[in-house]
Design a protein around this ligand. Structure first.
Ligand code: BES
Ligand code: MN
Ligand code: ZN
Length: 496
């Protein structure tokens, strides 16, 4: 989908589908709707009076223009109640528009910037959210069916129109930013939706190298055996697929010693290992590399966005499988840090691979660490799919990440890291054990384990177990992978 911005009034915009909006419970029309209404002989006003145009968020009313406008059809998209409008409202509107265009086979859309008129949102932010919603909203995972249901109709063109010349620069900037970010999120979604027989650790690493090369970023694919990454190896032992650790580095502030490490859990399939998971829904465990996919998505656009930060993206990659070679409960392994770990539960494998990846991040000079992981079912119990859990040792980082997440439609909620949780993973035969064995407070226990490897480095851990993957469509996202938290981290890197 091409995205353009043009200084033109709605009545003059040529397209298959022209889009204006209306707010719920509002009597008067916004500026663009009013000029379209005038050209159409007052039909919008009449439909609002009749209640057919309700203004409910995402609801679209179609009107055939029959030559009275340059566009073939007009869509009035509902924005919900005016006092509730925010950027997520605009994303929903953006997605509703492109999905309607696809449904009615409209190849070109011309739309005003929703939310920036009566909604009162900043025009650059609104343009960005509109494009995000549209690009995220059209996304579907292609899949591998030989017999596709219907040939999928593609919307070719999204034209953003505005008649005030002074707003063009802001709209252009917002739209371009929104496109870059949403495309990176979609890229991450593609990886998460990909089945594990196709996206093996080696295939992931190969793709990461390709992306790094295209973006002229320094990249290393490490053999965990040669590096002494005993915790990562202990997870990989049961699999025939060789594990990898990929590190990609972006230097946006060469003069500074600051280096932010983004560490993403990359379990391409989590069977649980010897502590085997039940078979129900086990297929969803192909998504257990969503953290690594998010990190790769973020790294892929830093050369375009050029934030003045030094960032290293670290992706430990492996399958977690049972076999005669697999790690067994009770085994004690030595991690890259030198700390020994008693493996209580081979299904608590995410923290194992992250432990070595975090140690590696510190070796590479990380001054701040953010890890992103589908770490615990307990996080889904606590927060559902509404919010990611955030835990760490640095109030400022945690606060700013949560605020950014909430501002950009990826909600986050802080969970505690009390000393009790650190106590619960003390082992009688090793420095620590990978599970308390009680099943209680899993997100915090998982974080307490990671904290040992993080040490004093400022750090935030994001548990995205509930938010990385939706089994049914929600707001502007189709079912499947969500791309969380690509958008949040990018905003945070730009603004913090
Ligand atoms: N990958 C899972 C967590 C998960 C569960 C993600 C459901 C997405 C959906 C993780 O590796 C895991 O198995 N965690 C265990 C931890 C326990 C053994 C301490 C869990 O959540 O039960
Ligand atoms: Mn597991
Ligand atoms: Zn896992």
């Amino acid at each position: 989908m091409r995205i353009d911005v043009k200084c033109i009034s709605d009545v003059h915009a040529k397209s298959d589908l022209l889009v204006v909006n209306h707010y719920e419970d509002e009597k008067s029309l916004g500026e663009a709707a009013r000029s379209a209404d005038r050209a159409l002989g007052g039909i919008i006003t009449r439909l609002v009076k009749d209640g057919e145009i309700s203004g409910k968020l995402g609801k679209i009313t179609l009107i055939h223009c029959e030559g009275r406008l340059k566009a073939k059809k007009l869509a009035v998209v509902g924005m919900g109640k005016r006092e509730k409008v925010d950027l997520d409202t605009v994303r929903c509107a953006g997605a509703a528009i492109v999905n309607k265009a696809r449904e009615i086979k409209a190849g070109s859309i011309a739309t005003v910037v929703h939310g920036a008129g009566k909604g009162g949102l900043d025009v650059k932010d609104a343009a960005k959210a509109l494009v995000e919603g549209a690009v995220l909203g059209v996304y579907r995972f292609c899949g591998y069916a030989k017999e596709k249901e219907l040939p999928d109709f593609k919307v070719d063109n999204l034209l953003i129109i505005e008649c005030d010349k002074n707003k063009m620069r802001s709209i252009r900037a917002g739209a371009e930013l929104g496109r870059i970010i949403a495309e990176a999120e979609n890229h991450a979604r593609d990886l998460v939706n990909e089945p594990s027989n196709r996206l093996t650790p080696s295939a992931f690493a190969k793709l990461a190298v390709k992306i790094a090369k295209v973006n002229k970023l320094k990249v290393a694919v490490l053999d965990p055996k040669k590096e002494g990454m005993g915790a990562l190896l202990s997870v990989a032992k049961g699999s025939d697929e060789p594990p990898k650790l990929v590190a990609i580095e972006y230097r946006g502030n060469p003069g500074s010693k600051e280096k932010i490490a983004l560490v993403g859990k990359g379990i391409t399939f989590d069977s649980g290992g010897i502590s085997l998971k039940p078979s129900k829904n086990m297929e969803e465990m192909k998504t257990d590399m969503a953290g690594a996919a998010a990190v790769l998505g973020i790294m892929s656009l830093l050369s375009d966005l050029k934030p003045k930060k030094n960032v290293i993206g670290i992706m430990p990659l492996t399958e977690n499988m049972p076999s005669g070679h697999a790690t067994k409960p009770g085994d004690v392994i030595t991690s890259l840090s030198g700390y020994t770990v008693e493996v209580i539960n081979t299904d608590a494998e995410g923290r194992m691979i992250l432990a070595d990846a975090i140690t590696y991040a510190k070796k590479r000079g990380a001054t701040r660490i953010i890890d992103i992981a589908t770490l615990t079912g307990g996080c889904i119990v606590a927060l559902g799919d509404a919010a990611s859990g955030v835990i760490g040792n640095d109030d400022e980082m945690i606060g700013s990440l949560i605020k950014t997440g909430n501002d950009c439609g990826q909600k986050m909620w802080r969970l505690p890291l009390y000393d009790e949780y650190k106590e619960a993973i003390k082992s009688s035969v090793a420095d620590l054990k990978n599970s308390s064995g009680t099943g209680k407070a899993q997100p915090s226990i998982g974080a307490a384990f990671l904290a040992k490897f993080v040490g004093d480095t400022p750090w935030a851990h994001m548990d995205i177990a509930g938010t990385a993957y939706f089994t049914k469509a929600c707001k502007y996202l189709a079912e499947g992978a969500t791309g969380v938290p690509v958008r949040t981290i990018i905003e945070w890197l730009i603004n913090s």
